[in-house]
Design a protein around this ligand. Structure first.
Ligand code: R5P
Length: 306
């Protein structure tokens, strides 16, 4: 790869303008406004008034609840290329469809791979944060363009260290141990990992490891995603059964499906925080400082390849 440096122009999907502004500050990048509306028949209208000649266009998109956003995303990528962008990248702090990474039942759609093919066809590179890599070893198993997964662990660790007294980091399932170990290691905190079995979208059972040495600690349940809240709720109940204090919950991606917050309140979760990969009142952990260096690197590498 060469060492060419390119100028970047950020283009936000509707609703993500503030995120694009904060990324542009860290990148010294321009912003191009995307005009987006729907025709009376529901089809999309898109227009970009600014020139994109000689620039890398970076689409900035929070892709939680993705289905209404996907056509606009793909149309905008094509439009940026039509308008002369020399490369088109995607900065999507939450990467959707990664949980459909296996056919759990015969005949099910492997939507993680389909979505990856769509993105790889329309974009030259991808930057995201902690994608749900449980059965894939890396994004390159399904994405055919360069794809970087930024870790939110430093930001989560900082928030926990600053806001929680005497924390012990606890993962609700084996898969969460990658975040648990990384966060705990940054400040030398104790950690444990529980064992989870899932029986349906909202039904999970959790087994607790030995917590006897952790009296007086504040449990921090740490996971990559909260969706229905079932995982964190059952984990909080298991902690209470084991005599621990009510937990703080810290997650990377707060998807908050319907009744999630009520579910967590009902089991006495004392505080809930997530990153701003998704817009939510609980999104107290800002990702921009972690995203900008990755975007800059991908953009420069893509320019070097041309
Ligand atoms: C599962 O593998 C993930 O890491 C999360 O534990 C899960 O997605 C959380 O979902 P829910 O809040 O619906 O239990």
């Amino acid at each position: 790869m060469g060492s060419a440096v390119t100028s970047n122009t950020l283009i936000a999907l509707p609703g993500d303008e503030a995120l694009a502004e904060s990324l542009a500050g860290g990148l010294d990048a321009a912003i191009a406004a995307l005009e987006y509306r729907r025709f009376p028949d529901g089809e999309s209208y898109l227009r970009i008034h600014d020139s994109l000649q000689e620039t890398t266009a970076v689409l900035v998109a929070r892709l939680d609840r993705p289905d209404p956003k996907i056509p606009a995303l793909l149309f905008a990528a094509d439009l940026a290329r039509d308008l002369g962008a020399s490369a088109v990248g995607l900065a999507a702090p939450y990467l959707p469809y990664m949980r459909q990474d296996i056919r759990f039942q015969p005949g099910e759609a492997l939507t993680s791979a389909s979505f990856a093919r769509w993105v790889s066809r329309h974009f030259d590179w991808l930057v995201t944060v902690d994608p749900h890599l449980h059965r894939y070893a890396g994004l390159n198993e399904i994405y055919s363009v360069p794809a970087v997964a930024v870790s939110a662990a430093p930001a989560l660790a900082e928030w926990i260290f600053t806001n929680v007294e005497k924390p012990v980091i606890i993962g609700p399932d084996v898969e969460s141990s990658q975040w648990v170990e990384a966060v705990a290691a940054r400040h030398g905190l104790p950690w444990r990992v529980m064992h989870k079995q899932r029986f349906g979208d909202r039904e999970v059972r959790i087994a607790v490891p030995d917590l006897s040495a952790l009296e007086g600690h504040t449990p921090v349940l740490l996971d990559d995603i909260v969706s229905s809240g079932a995982t964190l709720a059952r984990a909080a109940e298991a902690l209470s059964d084991a005599g621990m204090a009510s937990p703080v919950c810290a997650v990377v991606h707060g998807l908050f499906s319907e009744s999630c917050r009520e579910t967590l309140k009902a089991v006495g979760v004392r505080r809930l925080v997530c990153t701003d990969s998704v817009q939510a009142p609980e999104a107290g952990i800002v990702l921009a400082p972690l995203l900008t260096p990755a975007i800059e690197r991908m953009s420069d590498c893509a320019a070097g390849r041309r």
